[in-house]
Write a new protein. Sequence first.
Length: 286
Amino acid sequence: MWGVNQSRSRAVLLLGGGIIIVVAMMLLLIAPSAGHGKFKPSIVWQQASVDVAVAPNETQDVLVAFTALKNVTDAIVRMDGAISSVASVTPRTFKKIKKGQTTSVTMHIAVPSGTPFGRIEGRLQIFERGHATLAKPLPVRLTIGRLFEDSELNVSMFVLSEFQVDELQSNRPDFLRGKIFMIPGDMPNLSLAVYDNLGVLPVDTWYDTVLRDEEYSVRDSTQQSLRATSVSGFPALEVRSDILGHTYLRTLVVVGNRVYGFETTAPDYVEIPSSYYSMLETVSFE
């Protein structure tokens, strides 16, 4: 019996030793592969993303630059995703790019007439001719809307719907001018009001000291939330109020000695359309 137990013990030891050896070999195989799994680009883009707004039946060219981190040959640039249906890129091939060289491609965008308003996304990619990836994909976002611009208000933006514009009226002494955008169908209307900010107050201070106690957003509101944000690089404050079964969303932006107020509303059982935020992403103060 002792001999049998001894044999069994040796078998267990041998089996255990074999398992240890197998695990050790697996670790050795996994360790180097982890290092290889981290992508090291040969080319880097000069921007984090591309955001473009175009109206139907319009075209636009966008220059996109990149830099080679090492010598590259036979590079191919490709547009992928849904955006490729309305966009192309030239040149598409590069025979040789030297280390440290910055070059560029032109993204051609042509939106056919009748294209629905909305957002289309895609990415620019660069490959070697053998299909090895040379750069991280560059996100590209295209907003298709109707352009509104006003030289007196010094603002332009793309509204993701057809609309008619009328003057916005207000009795406030600091009110300069405003517009209301009447949108057909079930989409909520939009409005834009411009106020004096002669003290060049920060947006949250202006709201607290100038607007807060004089607006429906506090007087009739059952619930209110504030969120700091930005529009076109300028500091902004998002004010969301629930009033008598409706949600009122206002985005206040301080630009120099002016405050721009963008506003929309919807029944409280309906989400504020994403097109409102897409519109804000296209705003430009001139």
